[in-house]
Design a protein around this ligand. Structure first.
Ligand code: BV8
Length: 250
């Protein structure tokens, strides 16, 4: 177990605020691809062709196809929240202090698992926005250049509500504030390659004086920055870690 019981007792007695960061690894066992694993998304697509604003200008059809494919994949009945998603929702419900879940993922599995204090810092696959009228709305269908905005009726301006490389992640002020005052920072299922998310552990250390924990299949690029770590599958590690924090059986 990555945290000593006496440390857990101190954190619980203080009702220490917890910040959790998740990445694509937490959704792998739900059947969704990660990015940098050998069978990952970036093995099939080039980031610069599908996940930047310039790519969308240069080839909107390819970018729409890339996100339409992934958006449709979320509707597969086989894609369900897994034990790790559910354990984090339980932690939020039962921990005596505040629990903020910041996910890099654009899937809907944390929300469907019951997490409510949740920030999708890289946006959401099932939301779109209109660059003509700024409408932001839920969307589960395919999107094309021809799709008309449900609000302003113009076509050609709808895009996935997703943060591309070079774009500002969402709710950064709220995230930085939480990192600066948390007692425990937990990073789950992320390779630690994408910033600013990959730098959160340092902020938690330097400003939050937090205990920092990495739970991942293998050491991430930032592994040495963490106080504690455990390596294995998220559906094995996360329920056990949450049970230890809540002093329940997992
Ligand atoms: C920003 C949405 C300024 C899209 C994503 C040049 C120009 C501009 C910017 C930059 C630049 N150079 C560097 C940057 C910064 C750039 C960046 O970090 N680039 C990297 C590549 C070097 N970042 C940005 O551009 C960001 N914006 O910097 O704006 C700014 C800065 C500070 C403050 C304000 C503003 C925007 C980045 C967001 C890009 N959008 N996603 C989409 O999804 O299509 S990023 C993409 O990568 C996903 O969000 C993904 O979540 C994220 C990180 O990947 P991971 O989640 O970690 O997934 P990965 O596959 O890498 O790892 C999975 C891990 O899980 C592995 O470790 C694996 O071992 C583990 N695992 C696998 N199975 C399991 C498991 N673990 C447990 N259990 C298992 N079963």
């Amino acid at each position: 177990m990555p945290l000593r019981p006496d440390l857990i007792d101190i954190l619980r007695n203080e009702a220490a605020p917890i910040v959790i960061l998740t990445g694509a690894g937490i959704s792998k066992e739900s059947g969704l691809h990660t990015f940098r694993d050998p069978d990952g998304i970036w093995a099939k697509y080039d980031i610069s062709e599908v996940a930047t604003p310039d790519a969308f200008i240069a080839n909107p059809d390819l970018v729409h196809h890339f996100y339409n494919d992934r958006r449709a994949g979320l509707l597969d009945p086989a894609v369900q929240p897994n034990a790790a998603h559910l354990a984090l929702a339980k932690l939020e419900a039962e921990w005596p202090g505040d629990v903020l879940l910041v996910t890099q993922n654009i899937d809907d599995l944390h929300g469907r698992a019951g997490s409510q204090n949740l920030i999708h810092m890289h946006g959401e696959l099932q939301k779109i926005r209109c660059t003509h009228c700024d409408l932001l709305t839920d969307w589960r269908d395919d999107l094309t250049k021809e799709t008309r905005c449900p609000s302003c009726s113009k076509s050609g301006g709808l895009r996935p509500h997703v943060v591309w490389f070079g774009e500002m992640p969402l709710e950064m002020e709220r995230i930085y504030a939480a990192l600066g005052s948390c007692g425990l920072f937990i990073s789950i299922g992320t390779s630690g390659n994408v910033y600013p998310a990959a730098g959160f552990v340092q902020i938690a250390h330097e400003e939050g004086a937090a205990e920092t924990v990495e739970l991942n299949l293998e050491p991430s690029s930032g592994a040495t920055l963490f106080d504690h770590s455990a390596y294995g599958a998220a559906t094995d590690l996360v329920p056990k870690f949450v049970a230890a924090l809540l002093k329940t059986s997992d």
